[in-house]
Design a protein around this ligand. Sequence first.
Ligand code: HPA
Length: 275
Amino acid sequence: MSDYSYASAEKSAAAIRAKAGSRSPVVGIILGSGLGGLADKIEDAVRIPYGEVPGFPEPKALGHAGTLICGTLAGKQVVAMAGRFHIYEGHAPALAAFPVRVMHVLGVRTLFVSNAAGGVNERYHAGDLMIIADHLNLMFTNPLIGPQQPGEERFTDMSSAYDDKLRGLLRNAANAISVQIHEGVYAALLGPSYETPAEVRMLRTLGADAIGMSTVPEVLVARALGMRVAGISAITNAASGVSPLPVSHSEVLDVGRQVASTFEAIVTDFVSRLD
Ligand code: HPA
């Protein structure tokens, strides 16, 4: 399959339904680096390796398992992705967002996204969590480029991409377990190199609180399809120059795993609060 159109997504969804049965997930969950543990909390799960989903390549990034999980979380039908497709792997922007089209075909109308991110805001520390309030698309590409897909807006409104009400539910979920959570702006860069200190200073000036290399493509397609979106960044490290330490992928994964149980508790509670 060479295109990432809605018609291709229908074929992928048919293959998923053939394996997972007649489930209708209402919530889609994309798990970022080091955060894949939530996938083990999904009950009555059918786990499908990406290699068995038409249109999905095998993911290559460390810390990304590459499994689609259909099951229930907090009593709701969900479909979760442990592992995502990054543009830095050489994938087209439309492939990075393709799973969202597949989720939409399956019935998903609420998307929860997550990622590991560097802290640009000097008040953020490794191990903190941030509700994504808004984003900066500094990838300077867009998965919506190309023929307009059925059901998608051509000129997608991004004025409230991260749903106000869902952000409130995430705040409530964090409060319920007495976890302090930030709310800020996620800036997406292409990667795969980390930033220079000068770039991080620039990003701060531009209004970024956290930086990463994912999420924005998926959110753009979700919004074009009219889905509600919410997201959390796990701050896995101080961004380049914020601390004297170099940024390393193994630290990103380690800290992701350290915050995993708090992250999982918040996301599970959030899903239980969804209407
Ligand atoms: N920069 C970009 N992406 C990241 C970082 C970072 O510091 N940490 C985790 N993902």
